[in-house]
Design a protein around this ligand. Sequence first.
Ligand SMILES: *C/C=C(C)/C=C/C=C(C)/C=C/C1=C(C)CCCC1(C)C
Length: 242
Amino acid sequence: MDALQNFSNLFLATLKEGDYVGFTFFIGSMAMLASTVFFFVQMTNVSGKWKDSLLISGMITGIAAVHYFYMRSFWAENGTSPTSFRYIDWILTVPLMCVEFYLILKAFGATVSLLWKMIGYSLLMLIAGYLGETVYRDQSVLWGFISTIGYVGILYEVWLGSAKKLAGNSNDPALQGAFKTLGWFVLVGWAIYPIGYMAIPGGWLDGVLPLESLDIIYNIGDAVNKIGFGLVIYSLAVSSAK
Ligand SMILES: *C/C=C(C)/C=C/C=C(C)/C=C/C1=C(C)CCCC1(C)C
């Protein structure tokens, strides 16, 4: 009975009126859930190789949905940021976004080693960010810098490196357009996160942005990047030549 009670608290803790940060967790949960249904249903409608891409899109928002249900309750119960769960979510979903790039470019020669390189960069980015935000808060600027090296690595691959060259090999304008858009997600959409990170005490924007803005910024970032990213893949899947 106790276990059942604990379990229901994890998912069902009640938000208070006027808790705007909590509201964004709630909206995040619903948006991720709805998108997951959408991607999984559309998976059955798209042709051949695109099924895998839509499966991954649904996995990304599905993993995020479960985390958001949990994080919403964590916030409602404790009134503190569910930082560890956020990073657990990211460490699962960001590598899956690298898999999306790989799947799109596979027909144009993307190798598994490119995939691992991008996953490696994302792990560096997220592990360093986690350490700076939790274990070594005093040195959050240093860890933020190390994390940024991983971020720049991903940006390099997508905008200048081998991923970009492979996309250039394609003669499908739909693919090239979608790849460009995904690149903008990584450049602009993902830049939302370091801005949130800088709002923590001791960070460069400490005092400029209120601390509560951290969760709001991360919640908006996740919705834009996970759902938006998946929608770009979906529209590529329905418009691409083959
Ligand atoms: C769905 C979740 C996504 C796309 C998460 C992306 C997260 C980042 C791009 C985080 C980047 C960070 C830095 C570049 C420096 C400061 C620490 C981080 C982890 C917030």
